[in-house]
Ligand binder design. Structure first.
Ligand code: ADP
Length: 246
């Protein structure tokens, strides 16, 4: 098991947003997270990426890294956690005054302090992989939403994470641009990347997922194979949600 999460809890003030999250992610597997707005999906991804610090719970990784969030966590362990995953945001979050290429090299060059020549080669390869070899020197405002999101994907890949996290990667896009982004994610799936994806695209979820997890109100209501959760859910709340959007 790449990652095992036990008893994860997160509150903002007195609002408990994640109440008792238990999940596992296997290497090379794709977990999709579905559920109504406000159920805690984004917060869960942000906790996995250490953009938010969980209040309680344990993460155990297969390389021996263990974090117990009730205790003090060493800075070095937090850094290791952060570098395990690359995050792709709903609203792209690109640096507006940097070109596509500069956005992609920022993490490995400035944060990871890797060799500049190697990073440039990697960044060009990644931009080519997401279909943007002719757009490397353009700024975000010169790119369509779908192109910006593909830069976002290349940027997340550039830190060479073990886990890719996608937070509703297509929900801000015009319908005709969704397909290109989903195709890039499908290609990554075929290459064996480990991924956790928050999405409302249930048909896409059905095609790519190994496991689907349905969240409501800070809890995981049900999880299982896409066939079970999306086609034959056992919980009433899951049924209602799926009927509404599928
Ligand atoms: P989802 O992704 O399922 O829509 P979120 O994780 O974004 O759900 O949000 C779950 C709840 O947590 C919402 O009620 C939201 O308002 C609240 N929330 C999320 N982030 C913060 C924050 N930084 N501060 C306060 N409340 C937050």
């Amino acid at each position: 098991m790449f990652l095992s999460v036990k008893g994860l809890k997160k509150a903002f003030g007195d609002q408990e947003v994640l109440k008792d999250i238990n999940l596992e992610i296997e290497r090379g597997n794709i977990l999709t997270i579905i559920g109504p707005s406000g159920s805690g999906k984004t917060t869960l991804l942000r906790c996995l990426n250490a953009l938010e610090r969980p209040d309680k719970g344990t993460y155990s990784f297969d390389d021996g890294l263990e974090l117990h969030f009730s205790d003090h966590i060493k800075k070095n362990d937090m850094t290791r956690l952060r570098l395990k995953s690359g995050m792709v945001f709903q609203s792209y979050n690109l640096f507006p005054h940097k070109t596509a290429l500069e956005n992609v090299i920022e993490g490995p060059l400035i944060v990871q302090k890797r060799n500049k020549d190697a990073v440039m080669t990697l960044a060009r390869d990644l931009l080519e992989k997401v279909g943007l070899s002719d757009k490397m020197d353009l700024y975000p405002h010169q790119l369509s939403g779908g192109q910006q999101q593909r830069v976002g994907i290349a940027r997340a890949l550039a830190i060479q994470p073990e886990l890719m996290l996608f937070d509703e990667p297509t929900s801000a896009l015009d319908p005709e641009l969704v397909g290109d982004v989903l195709k890039v994610i499908k290609d990554l799936a075929n290459e064996g990347w480990t991924m956790a994806i928050v999405t409302h695209e249930l048909r896409f979820a059905e095609q790519v997922s190994d496991r689907v997890l349905f969240m409501d109100n800070g809890y995981i209501v049900e999880q299982g194979s896409p066939k079970d959760v999306l086609r034959n859910p056992s919980e009433e709340r899951t049924k209602q949600f799926i009927q509404r959007i599928m």
